[in-house]
Write a protein that binds this ligand. Structure first.
Ligand code: FES
Ligand code: FES
Length: 157
């Protein structure tokens, strides 16, 4: 690869090192070089939230970051959310409460919800709706997503 750079980072707890074009977005490298297609590309303009991942404990829209900026960082993608091979409490609540249909928005919804619950263990409906306002869903009408997050909060209370 011409003018490539090496990117070293930790992804879902595993040290990874890949050769990348420095112009590539983090979401592209996650999906194509790191072969983790659970992170979705919707708009590439920061509006839909489908590309949300965690970087060093903070949620980011990975279409708004160059992959090179993730050097040395710790990334968690939706593939890293399961706990000991089982769905996390949050994932299970989304499953049980029909929190997704096509699943395109799911990675972003899960990370926004996880971030909310880490800061507020018992959020109100308004707080849940506010937390996911950067995530677009074309299928569910949002009610089942809100229920899923409230259910996850209740299960971990
Ligand atoms: S693809 Fe990143 S916010 Fe839509
Ligand atoms: S479940 Fe289809 S976009 Fe949300």
């Amino acid at each position: 690869m011409t003018n490539s750079i090496r990117l070293n980072l930790t992804v879902n707890g595993e040290a990874r090192s890949v050769e990348i074009d420095p112009r590539r977005l983090l979401v592209e490298v996650i999906r194509e070089e790191l072969e983790l297609p659970g992170t979705h590309i919707g708009c590439l303009t920061g509006d839909c939230g489908a590309c949300t991942v965690e970087r060093d404990g903070q949620i980011i829209k990975s279409c708004l970051a160059l992959a090179a900026s993730a050097e040395g960082s710790e990334i968690t993608t939706i593939e890293g959310l399961a706990e000991n091979g089982e769905l996390s409490t949050l994932q299970q609540a989304f499953w049980d409460e029909y929190g997704f249909q096509c699943g395109y928005c799911l990675p972003g919804m899960l990370f926004s919800a996880k971030d909310l619950l880490a800061q507020n263990a018992s959020p109100s409906e308004d707080e849940i709706r506010h937390a996911i306002n950067g995530n677009l869903c074309r299928c569910t009408g949002y009610d089942t997503i809100v229920k899923s997050i409230a259910e996850a909060a209740a299960r971990t209370a």
